[in-house]
Design a protein around this ligand. Sequence first.
Ligand SMILES: Cc1cc2nc3c(=O)[nH]c(=O)nc-3n(C[C@H](O)[C@H](O)[C@H](O)COP(=O)(O)OP(=O)(O)OC[C@H]3O[C@@H](n4cnc5c(N)ncnc54)[C@H](O)[C@@H]3O)c2cc1C
Length: 334
Amino acid sequence: MEKILFLSHTEENGHLSPHALETLTAASRIAAGLGGELLVGLYGGSTGDAVQQVSGKTYTIEEKIFAVSRYATDAAAAEAICRAAGATIVVAPGTSRTMRYLSGVAARLDGKVDTHITGLSTEGGLMLHRWYYRQRMRAEIRRSDRPWFIAVESGIFEKFVGTGGTVESVSVVIDDKLLRTSVQGFKSPVTGEQTIRPDADTLFVAGAGWTKKQADGQTHTDNAADLILDFLKKSGASLGSSKSLVDLKGEGQSVLPFMTHLNQVGQTGSTPRHPKGLATCCHGEEPHVVGWRFITERRAINLDPNCGWAQGKADVLYVADAFAVIEEINKLLG
Ligand SMILES: Cc1cc2nc3c(=O)[nH]c(=O)nc-3n(C[C@H](O)[C@H](O)[C@H](O)COP(=O)(O)OP(=O)(O)OC[C@H]3O[C@@H](n4cnc5c(N)ncnc54)[C@H](O)[C@@H]3O)c2cc1C
């Protein structure tokens, strides 16, 4: 019988992230589909609250040194839990922290690893889905090798609702080798505002139009920045950008100060996942819209009724001035 282990670090507040809870749903589906046993493995600075979010037999490692993301300690904790559980399939959220060590732990256990998993089925054995080449090719993966380590993307499965786990604590030998790297803290690449929010319900995309001359023949970039930040604060949306807008910075033009290339959505940018998307002052050209593949409901605001969004790329196009619309929406949002 397959032993399916859901494996995750806890967050700073001791809970599991939404991404981890989604991944636990994936693990439980695999267990149910294969008729296997579902096990849970948690490690971090504290695990008590996270144990309440899961169900079933739960292996835990709780120690201050496991609170921070560090290859040596994360890998040691993950390896100890996988060995204790005797897992044949290990399902982990594909966070940057997990992705750093997962293949190393797979190698230590003589296993195989697949990452960026976006779907699965269990008919006739476990089959995983992932995309290659900027979401143009979808692969279906089956393996007979065990243990099989799987890193799952966010935004695919609904969050698991647990009834509380039964704890079995696992010990790890902590020696100096594990602590050669000291973690100093975090540095955010975004100046001032944290604008990229993968868990947000809505993706708000700003295009180059925000910085272009408007009906009065003037640019209004400062006003644009205020409107956008106000909208983000009130709505909790995640901020995306077109390539043209983020490229303007390099060309020395007046730009939105909180926007970086990390915000860029599209062929040479990111492919975020959100239930809804609103594009503003963005033309909706194919290299940009290809990044909207995983945005379920799409709306756009553009002055041009013939823009790309009108060519079947959006569910709703508001032919309107985005400055006026967003100002009004901000008022309504209070
Ligand atoms: C190989 C390659 C890769 C690329 N990769 C990407 C990518 O990853 N991501 C990406 O975004 N692009 C990418 N591009 C560029 C892409 O083709 C477009 O050039 C870019 O998306 C255009 O950005 P934009 O729509 O913001 O700007 P523009 O094309 O300048 O459009 C601005 C829009 O704002 C509207 N507007 C102006 N004022 C207002 C107002 N007050 N209210 C409402 N609307 C208004 C205008 O009507 C216009 O439609 C790539 C191109 C190539 C060749």
